[in-house]
Structures are given as structure tokens and as C-alpha cells.
Design a protein around this ligand. Structure first.
Ligand SMILES: Nc1ncnc2c1ncn2[C@@H]1O[C@H](COP(=O)(O)OP(=O)(O)OP(=O)(O)O)[C@@H](O)[C@H]1O
Ligand SMILES: C[C@H](N)[C@H](N)CCCCCC(=O)O
Ligand SMILES: [Mg+2]
Length: 230
């Protein structure tokens, strides 16, 4: 059964929010959904274990329980570039165990929502990057665009790179991460005119206490057929 790979124009652009919203929206369709964060850099120590906040949020949103080793095969304490974080722990991130963990999750659920680390070309080891992981998993992509000055270039480069790898951009989300961005609507329009894939959501800047996103905040319509059993 299929999954979806959530990437972004950068780190800190709202990928986890979108991944959680996708999980919520897919659950609302009656599907069994699990999240996956293959590589997480930046952990808190909880009861002697390293725990990453994104991983905790994806697990909390899922309606399928899965072992931590499958949901998050690689975790590193420092919130830094993953290949550097791995090297500093004398580890090398390998794609094969991630793909194997994904296959296990695929067996458990109707849909696996995978959140990448940072943007599409973030290195994972000296030779491979997040784009190679997306290709190895062969998943359709959702691109989260963090709306701020500079995002037009980052979004169009990301969309081009996704296409260049032969991957499908299933949709994108315009996420208002800058509360005082000038002419936000005009910028979103510029992206709508240039990105062929559907815009699944346009989110304003949300106050810290606005709570978690809900399934209602995402238009799953254009990508739902990918998640319905034939
Ligand atoms: N629409 C929004 N309005 C206000 N704040 C937002 C919005 N979207 C995301 N944020 C905030 O921006 C920060 C980054 O969001 P998030 O953690 O989802 O990004 P990310 O792309 O998953 O980052 P990472 O690369 O670390 O996984 C968080 O503090 C989040 O609450
Ligand atoms: C620590 C952070 N929140 C992410 N997990 C990793 C972001 C890596 C970005 C690397 C880069 O593009 O320069
Ligand atoms: Mg995240």
C-alpha cells in the first residue's frame, strides 16, 4: 500500500504540522495510518532514551502502533545536519535499513506518512541525500513551502529537483511561517501559477496556542485516490 513523503523548502517550514495533518485527514477517511521520521536530528533525553519531538508527534497522531525502530530508525541528539550528527556519533546513515523499516510499516498500515529531515537535498551520508531516500522509497511527494521572502526560489528549485529525480509531486502546502510577510497572497499566487501540482492547503500564520492542525485544514481530494484500495 502506498505512502507519501513530506519534504519542505527548508528545515523549520512546517513539515511536521503537514505530516500530522495528513495523518489526521487519512484517518478521517477510515484508513489505518502510521507516521515515519527516518532520520531525526535533535533529541531530548527521556527516561534514559533519546526522543525526538517530531517522532513523538507523528506517533501520537497515528492510529497504528509501531515499534520505534521502524518509525525512527536513526536518531541523533544534536539538532544539526544529519550526516554530521551521525559522524559525531560514529555512525553512517544507510538507506537499506530505512527502506526495510518502511516495508515493515507498510505491512502494518494502509498508508505511511514519511517526514524527511530538512529539505529535499539534505545529505544523509557522504554520498547520498534525502532525494536518494525518496527515490529508494519511490513515494509521491508533498512539498511544504514555508512562506517567507525567498520561498519562491526555494519552492521552484525543490519542485524542479523532485521532477528531475523522476518523482511525482502529488501536492504542496503554502504555510504561513512568517507573521509579517509582505504580500503573502501575491507570493502564493506566483507559486500556484508555476507549480503544476495541486495546492492542498494555504495556512495562515497560526498563534502558538492555536493548537494542532486538523484534517479539515487540508484538502486531501486531489491526492486521496492514491490511498484508496482498488
Ligand atoms: N502556520 C504556522 N504558523 C505559525 N507557526 C508555525 C506554522 N507552521 C509551523 N510553525 C512553527 O514553525 C516551527 C517549525 O515547524 P515544524 O516543526 O512543523 O517544521 P519542520 O519543517 O517539521 O522542521 P524540521 O526540519 O525540524 O523537521 C514550529 O515551531 C511550528 O510550530
Ligand atoms: C535539526 C533540524 N531540525 C533538522 N532535523 C535537520 C536540518 C538539516 C538542514 C541541513 C541543511 O540543509 O543545511
Ligand atoms: Mg519536523
Amino acid at each position: 500500500m502506498p505512502g507519501i513523503f513530506v519534504t519542505g523548502t527548508d528545515t523549520g517550514v512546517g513539515k511536521t504540522r503537514v505530516a500530522v495533518a495528513l495523518i489526521e485527514a487519512l484517518k478521517a477517511q477510515g484508513l489505518r495510518v502510521v507516521g515515519m521520521k527516518p532520520v531525526a536530528a535533535g533529541c531530548d533525553e527521556v527516561a534514559g532514551e533519546w526522543l525526538n519531538e517530531d517522532v513523538a508527534r507523528l506517533r501520537a497522531a497515528a492510529n497504528v502502533a509501531a515499534p520505534m525502530a521502524w518509525v525512527n530508525p536513526y536518531r541523533f541528539p544534536e539538532p544539526i545536519a544529519p550526516h554530521i550528527a551521525a559522524a559525531r556519533q560514529n555512525t553512517r546513515i544507510e538507506l537499506a535499513p530505512i527502506v526495510a523499516a518502511y516495508r515493515e510499516l507498510e505491512r502494518l498500515a494502509d498508508c505511511v506518512v514519511v517526514e524527511g529531515a530538512g529539505g529535499f537535498r539534505v545529505p544523509l551520508n557522504e554520498a547520498e541525500d534525502s532525494a536518494d531516500l525518496a527515490v529508494a522509497l519511490g513515494l509521491p511527494m508533498v512539498l511544504v513551502v514555508g512562506l517567507r521572502l525567498g520561498c519562491l526560489n526555494h519552492a521552484l528549485l525543490s519542485a524542479e529537483a523532485i521532477a528531475a529525480r523522476g518523482l511525482t509531486l502529488a501536492g504542496w502546502v503554502a504555510n504561513g511561517i512568517d507573521p509579517i510577510m509582505a504580500l503573502r497572497a501575491e507570493n502564493v499566487r506566483a507559486l500556484r501559477e508555476r507549480i503544476a501540482a495541486p495546492c492542498l492547503a494555504e495556512w495562515p500564520w497560526l498563534e502558538k496556542n492555536a493548537g494542532e492542525v486538523t484534517s479539515a485544514m487540508l484538502d486531501l481530494g486531489p491526492i486521496l485516490p492514491r490511498f484508496v484500495r482498488r
